[in-house]
Design a protein around this ligand. Structure first.
Ligand SMILES: Nc1ncnc2c1ncn2[C@@H]1O[C@H](COP(=O)(O)OP(=O)(O)OP(=O)(O)O)[C@@H](O)[C@H]1O
Ligand SMILES: [Mg+2]
Length: 538
């Protein structure tokens, strides 16, 4: 088998746009390829086509061997919510059917231990064992603990998992599937550093081929050897796939060098055209001999113009600004003896702290330490089992939810903006534009936005709300590097009060928090740079 994926003259369309026009490439066994491009370029759409989840407009996609596909948002995969998690993982191997038979046989035997029922139980047991069912169980649990999914989660139903847990489960299912080609859409989103390192290690030792979308520069540099760049600069532009051999950093360097070369060449040609035209003009309207020289020069101008390269367009960087926060009392938020449990499990107990005006509090702690739950409680989205949250006078809370829970299908971007602010429509559209969601995009169904675009919409809503307290749960997930940088800068220079959960070390560095709250203990400390290691780990 000399290749696991063959793509020829592929044309991909979505929402009336041609995101890929005429792409051809192959992926060979064991190759590790990164798929990069700005937010909304069409990476997810292309990966869905490569995985067979979406039909291309035209062209050929040929997969040889088994393919594992991780989507950016598995909740859109339409698997019933009452599916048992372990069974869902097993379905990657067809083991789920045998498992169900075994469980049914066990129940029948318990109700009526006739020899017939006992026989059919041992029969089901043998089949399950022969298919590797018992070995699979421990294998799945090993994979789950690797990606930081708690063991008890495997026995729940899909609907009971948080968005982050659901992604991890999906990752387990794919890794367990044992495929020849993995198609992964932003696999490190929502992973803490432990789980992320585990995944990087796994991908390094993985023998099959890999095609991975990521904005995680560390992953791209460590785990891949070739880059496919989906280049689609503007919303209306047609995309093309540019291929480059090497790591992502090498790709960036090469691309930069290409752009500089192109820019120089273009500037040189422009100067030459100017010089020759001026000379030609100075020769006209005089002697016949000079007129001939002028015509000659004109021809040279035409030749240079025909070969003229255009300088690479500078991408307009997103320039985000948050408005001056309305004034508030000196104590912005007081949390008293918060206690939260799910079932028999304490997520946290007796958490108390207060936050002063202009303060930046970083919430840290390992996966599952209850950071998201705490933020939901502070935002008033979840009422705590015990304790209370009190806001200071004049405090207006803006909440950024980790999993885009606020985005509703069937409503446009503008509808979402209107529900956050009474500002005029033109102002709201200008705000969307500030996040790169300009023009007719305002009227798109928000549920069809790309992952990064959803993040941008949610951030635009926060800005529109003109709050003085922001509760931010992983606000930089899904953002491409340029957008991440400008969002980070904008938040860092904002004088309002913030309570933030983030694994993004660069972002936390820029934010320079005053204090850190370590979950699940609720211990408060002054923030110092040596905590950055903890941020990465958390
Ligand atoms: N039904 C639709 N109508 C209009 N536009 C759509 C529709 N579905 C998708 N799009 C647009 O197609 C573009 C490509 O989306 P896609 O999810 O493939 O981007 P992406 O490169 O994966 O971005 P990200 O990095 O943010 O995940 C986006 O601009 C998205 O808004
Ligand atoms: Mg995407």
């Amino acid at each position: 088998m000399s290749r696991v994926l063959l793509v020829r003259n592929l044309v991909v369309e979505i929402g009336g746009k041609t995101v890929v026009d005429g792409a051809s490439f192959v992926v060979r066994p064991g190759e590790k390829v990164g798929l990069v491009g700005r937010n909304g370029a069409g990476k997810t759409t292309l990966l869905r086509v490569l995985g067979g989840a979406l039909a291309p407009r035209s062209g050929l996609v040929e997969r040889t061997g088994a393919t594992g596909y991780l989507s950016q948002d598995p909740r859109g995969d339409h698997i019933p919510d009452d599916t048992n998690c372990l069974a869902h993982v097993f379905s990657g191997h067809g083991l789920d059917v045998l498992q169900t038979e075994l469980e049914k046989a066990a129940i029948r035997m318990e109700e009526d231990p006739s020899s017939e029922h006992i026989h059919s139980f041992t029969d089901a047991q043998e089949k399950f064992e022969a298919a590797g069912g018992y070995a699979a169980d421990s294998e799945v649990r090993r994979l789950a603990s690797g990606v930081g999914l708690r063991d008890d989660r495997l026995d729940l139903t899909l609907g009971a998992l948080s968005g982050g847990e659901r992604r991890r489960l999906e990752l387990v299912r794919i890794l367990f599937g044992g495929s020849d080609l993995l198609l992964l859409d932003e696999p490190t989103n929502h992973l803490d550093a432990d789980a992320r390192n585990w995944l990087l290690q796994f991908l390094r030792s993985y023998r099959g081929a890999l095609l991975v979308i990521s904005h995680d520069l560390g992953l791209l540099d460590e785990a891949i050897t070739r880059v496919l760049h989906l280049d689609r600069e503007a919303e209306e532009a047609t995309g093309s796939v540019v291929e480059y051999k090497g790591t992502y950093s090498q790709y960036l360097a090469a691309r930069m060098a290409d752009e500089i070369r192109l820019e120089k060449r273009s500037a040189h040609q422009e100067a030459e055209i100017r010089r020759l035209s001026t000379l030609a003009n100075s020769m006209r309207g005089q002697t016949a001999k000079r007129a001939r020289v002028a015509r000659n020069l004109d021809r040279r101008v035409q030749r240079v113009s025909a070969e003229k390269v255009s300088a690479p367009k500078k991408r307009r960087a997103m320039n985000v600004r948050f408005p001056v926060p309305p004034s508030s009392g000196r104590t912005v938020l007081t949390a008293t003896e918060l206690w939260q449990a799910f079932g028999t499990l304490d997520v946290f107990e007796d958490i108390g702290f207060d936050v002063g005006r202009g303060e930046r509090l970083l919430v840290t702690g390992l996966n599952g330490a209850g950071k998201t739950t705490l933020l939901k409680v502070l935002a008033g989205r979840l009422s705590p089992d015990l304790g209370s949250v009190e806001l200071g006078t004049g405090v207006s809370v803006g909440y950024y939810a980790q999993e885009h829970e606020g985005i509703e299908a069937g409503r446009t971007l503008l509808d979402h903006m209107k529900s956050s602010s009474d500002a005029a429509e033109s102002d709201l559209r200008a705000l969307l534009g500030m996040f790169g969601l300009s023009g007719p995009k305002a009227f798109q169904d928000a549920s069809t936005l790309s992952g990064g675009e959803k993040t941008k919409l949610a951030l635009a809503q926060l800005v529109a709300g003109s709050h003085n307290l922001l509760l931010l749960d992983e606000p930089t997930n899904n953002l491409d590097p340029a957008s991440r940088e400008s969002t980070g800068k904008a938040l860092a220079s904002w004088p309002g009060t913030m309570i933030v959960v983030s694994h993004d070390v660069e972002f936390v560095k820029a934010l320079d928090p005053d204090r850190a709250l370590l979950m699940p203990d609720g211990q408060l400390d002054y923030f110092s740079d040596d905590m950055l290691d903890l941020v990465e780990m958390a």
